[in-house]
Ligand binder design. Sequence first.
Ligand code: ADP
Ligand code: MG
Length: 348
Amino acid sequence: IKKVMPIPKAHYGGRHTVTLLPGAGIGPELMNYVKEVFSYAGVPVDFEDVEIDPNANDNVDLDYAITSIRRNGVALKGNIETRSTEAGVLSRNVALRNELDLYVNVLHCVSYPGVNSRHKNIDIVIVRQNTEGEYAMLEHESVKGVVESMKVITSVNSERVARYAFEYAKRNGRKKVTTVHKANIMKLSDGLFLEISRRVAKDYPDITHNNMIIDNTCMQLVSNPHQFDIILTTNLYGAIVSNVVCGLLGGAGLLAGKNFGDHYTIFEPGTRNTGTGIAGKNIANPIAMLNAAVDMLRHLGHKYHASLIQNAINKTINQGVHTRDLGGQATSREVVDTIMKHIKTASD
Ligand code: ADP
Ligand code: MG
């Protein structure tokens, strides 16, 4: 099966409308920066703002958000707060991905030369199954003091995500895919995921395929990350590995992630944090959300504006205008103003 990228729907006159889910914590302020930069750069995109209330007793707001994304094809998203610890209450974030069948999460982790980090020149793509595995959220207390949690691995979804990883490798001139798993312990579930990735790998003789246990992967990522090219993994291992690699590159404020299905796409900061503790203080790093917005522009085919903003972001980072998470002194506002200054210089 050839993977065809979802086709975003154009509006009259070449403008696109995109669903915007600000979420909680630092989400809303980061979205305001995106809107400001877009309007400053003259980006032909309109936003349809949709609030999701994590405390609502029904799914009206969630259904509305899903309808909006189905209509627009594309969304930019902040993290939605996850309500309480009640069993059976689906995280709104997970519900959105499942309902829209966004079966793959892609995180392209590339070092910024201007950011102090533990390792230089990292370039790793993490391809993560995004709709099942350990996130099935099927938990119950079978008898008092005994809780069971189900992990669901299906051959259909394992094949789709493996196919995506190898097609990505082929399209982007990548050389190696590493399947990350724990099949030595979870013999049936991770065993199936591993077996299917091996079968898919046979269709791509030019791409090296190996596999690694999740615990060793974490150690290898910290000590020798340059051995990795593409990492293919299940949902929870993907979340962990993504955070390890983001941490190696400079933390939660930098990288953006993409959630793909066959029809819809959601763009968001790579580590999916709410950032409640730093909200409203003018200290959050605006880069990850702006990078997500740039990825979205590229996806929509707005190449000129994508490069314009991307170059301005890179200049800002490389000249050392850094928020605290990167060891700097700059406020969120100063970072955004510097980016806009570079946009102005480039388009003068
Ligand atoms: P969660 O959403 O899981 O609660 P947090 O919001 O606690 O995660 O985020 C994890 C860490 O990353 C926190 O220390 C938070 O301050 C930091 N962080 C997340 N996003 C950003 C950002 N954009 N800029 C700076 N720090 C961030
Ligand atoms: Mg979190």
